[in-house]
Design a protein around this ligand. Structure first.
Ligand SMILES: Cc1ncc(COP(=O)(O)O)c(C=O)c1O
Length: 482
C-alpha cells in the first residue's frame, strides 16, 4: 500500500483518487427534519433523499464508481443469451476466486434465496459466525433456523481483538456433534460481519472452520459481500499475511470454500451479484433456479452495463490503494468520535462507523429501541441518515416474542470515495452535540409493524414529545444555522 507520511505528523486519511463528478446536496432546516422523520414513521429507510444531507444508510450500490467502470459501461454486449459482457464478468470472477462455475443474480439476497431454496429443508440449522437480515429471512422461509457461533468477543462492543468476526471453533465442533450433519445443509461464513460492526475474520480462522466442516463432509459457503474490507484487514492485521498481495489473499480465502456468493452492490462497486464454485455438482443443483427467479444464465437479472462495471470493479478491488479507502476513513471517523467521548464499536471495522446506542442512550429500555431512537435523533441533529442495527432489525419469534439484539448499534456507513473529510467531521460535530444532549432523547414504539423484515418499512412514533424538545435545544445552541 502507498506509504505516505505527513511532515507535521498529522494522522489523517489521504485520498488516492480525485473527484471528477459531483452531486449537489441539501441541508434542510431542523424544523423540516422533524417533519420529515415524522412523515417517515421514524424509520430512516422511509426518508426521501431531498431531505437528507449525508446519506450514511448503507454502502450498498452507492459507492462511487471509477472512470474505468463508467467507461466500461458504454461498451457492452446486450443480448438475452450468450452475451460477451457476461463472459467477461464470469472470467474475472474465476480469475480472482479460482472457480470454474458462475451463476449470476441481481443482488446478494437473490443468491441467498437460491442457496436456501437449493439446500435448506424444514428442521435444518445453518451454522454461521453471524446472521445477516436477508440471509436469515431466506433460511427461515424454507423452514430452517440459524445458529450464530461468533466468538464471545464478537458481541463485545469494545475490544482490541483484531478479528471479532471469527467463528468460535469449539462452538462449531460442539454444534456439529449436537445437531448431526444431516440437519446441517452448509456452514456460512460472512466476511466481514455486517450486523456486529463490520468486524473481520482472519484467514486462519476461515481455514480452521472449513477444515472442521471438511472432516464432517459439510458444505462451506462464503458470503463475500463485505470481503473487500476483510481483505484489507487480513493484510494489515494478520502477521502471516503481511507480505501477501490482495490477489493472493483473495485466492487463499476462496480456496477454502465450496461456494462463494456476493452482493456486487458492495463487492465490485456496482449493482448485481452472483454465486461462484469449483464443483459442477453444486452448479447443476442450483442452475435451474436462476432462470426461474432471476433471468437467463447469462445475465441473472443484471443489466449488461452493470455487469461491465462489476468486472472492472472486481479488478480494482484487488488494488490495496483502492480498498484501503473505506477502512481508513472509518477509522478516522471512529477516532474523532472516541476523542470526544462518543461510545462506538472498537476496533473500527469495515462498512461504516458504528455508534453503541446502549451506551449512548443508557436510559432507553431495549423494548423502546435505543438504536432506532438514535437513528432518528442523529437525523434530527444533522440531516445525517444512518441505519438501525439492533432489535428493530431482528424478526419476532414464531410465538410473537421479540428477541433483543446482542448489540444495539447505529451504523453510519461510509460509501467508498463518496464523502470528504469535512463532511465526516460535520457528522462527528453533530453527533458530539447530540451526545451532550443525550438525556433529551426518548424511545420509539410501533405504529405499523410488518411481520417480516420489519425494519425496512415499519413505522414508529416517539414515546413522548422528546423530538420537539431536541429541535428546540438545537435552535438554542445553533441559532440560525442549518
Ligand atoms: C453480508 C451481507 N450479505 C448479504 C447482503 C445482501 O446483499 P444485497 O443488499 O445486494 O441483497 C448484504 C447487504 O447488505 C450484506 O451486507
Amino acid at each position: 500500500m502507498a506509504n505516505i507520511k505527513f511532515f507535521t505528523g498529522m494522522d489523517i486519511p489521504l485520498e488516492l483518487h480525485k473527484v471528477r463528478m459531483v452531486q449537489k446536496l441539501n441541508l434542510v432546516p431542523v424544523e423540516r427534519r422533524l417533519e420529515a422523520i415524522t412523515e417517515a414513521g421514524n424509520n430512516t429507510f422511509l426518508l426521501k433523499n431531498k431531505d437528507i444531507f449525508l446519506d450514511m444508510l448503507t454502502d450498498s450500490g452507492v459507492n462511487a464508481m471509477s472512470d474505468r467502470q463508467t467507461a466500461a459501461m458504454l461498451v457492452c454486449d446486450d443480448s438475452y443469451a450468450g452475451s460477451a459482457t457476461f463472459t467477461r464478468l464470469e472470467d474475472k470472477v474465476h480469475e480472482i476466486f479460482g472457480t470454474n462455475f458462475f451463476l449470476p443474480a441481481h443482488q446478494g439476497r437473490a443468491c441467498e434465496n437460491i442457496l436456501a431454496v437449493a439446500f435448506v429443508k424444514p428442521g435444518d440449522v445453518v451454522p454461521m459466525n453471524f446472521h445477516f437480515t436477508t440471509t436469515k429471512a431466506h433460511i427461515t422461509r424454507q423452514g430452517g433456523t440459524v445458529a450464530e457461533l461468533v466468538t464471545d468477543e464478537g458481541i463485545k462492543t469494545t475490544s482490541d481483538d483484531p478479528f471479532k468476526g471469527n467463528i468460535d471453533l469449539d462452538k462449531l465442533r460442539r454444534f456439529i456433534a449436537e445437531t448431526g450433519t444431516e440437519r446441517i445443509p452448509f456452514m456460512r461464513i460472512e466476511a466481514g460481519t455486517n450486523l456486529i460492526g463490520g468486524q473481520p475474520l482472519s484467514l486462519q480462522n476461515m481455514h480452521d472452520a472449513c477444515e472442521i466442516c471438511r472432516e464432517h463432509g459439510i458444505i462451506t459457503v462464503l458470503d463475500a459481500s463485505l470481503l473487500q474490507d476483510n481483505l484489507y484487514f487480513i493484510k494489515t492485521r494478520e502477521a502471516a499475511c503481511r507480505d501477501m498481495s490482495i490477489r493472493e489473499i483473495t485466492r487463499r480465502v476462496a480456496d477454502e470454500f465450496d461456494i462463494i456468493y456476493f452482493s456486487a452492490r458492495k463487492f465490485g462497486f456496482a449493482r448485481g451479484g452472483g454465486i461462484a464454485m469449483r464443483d459442477r455438482r453444486f452448479f447443476e443443483h442450483m442452475r435451474e433456479l436462476v432462470p426461474m427467479f432471476e433471468g437467463f444464465l447469462t445475465y441473472g437479472g443484471m443489466s449488461v452495463r452493470e455487469m461491465e462495471a462489476i468486472t472492472v470493479g472486481l479488478d480494482e478491488t484487488m488494488d490495496e490503494d483502492v480498498i484501503s479507502q473505506g477502512p481508513i476513513f472509518i477509522e478516522f471517523m471512529a477516532r474523532e468520535l472516541q476523542k470526544r467521548g462518543v461510545p462506538i464499536v472498537t476496533p473500527a471495522g469495515g462498512l461504516g462507523c458504528h455508534l453503541n446506542a446502549r451506551e449512548f442512550l443508557p436510559h432507553i429500555d431495549d423494548h423502546e429501541y435505543p438504536a432506532g431512537a438514535l437513528a432518528a435523533a442523529v437525523y434530527l441533529a444533522g440531516g445525517v441518515r444512518g441505519m438501525e442495527r439492533g432489535t428493530l432489525s431482528e424478526q419476532r419469534e414464531p410465538d410473537g416474542t421479540e428477541p433483543i439484539a446482542d448489540v444495539e448499534l447505529l451504523r453510519l456507513a461510509l460509501p467508498r470515495r463518496v464523502f470528504t473529510m469535512s463532511q465526516v467531521l460535520y457528522a462527528v460535530d453533530r453527533i458530539t452535540w447530540l451526545h451532550e444532549n443525550a438525556d433529551l432523547v426518548g424511545g420509539l414504539r410501533w405504529v405499523e409493524e410488518p411481520s417480516s423484515l420489519r425494519f425496512f418499512f415499519g413505522r414508529l412514533e416517539a414515546t413522548s414529545d422528546w423530538q420537539q424538545k431536541l429541535v428546540k435545544k438545537f435552535r438554542e445552541d445553533f441559532g440560525e444555522s442549518l
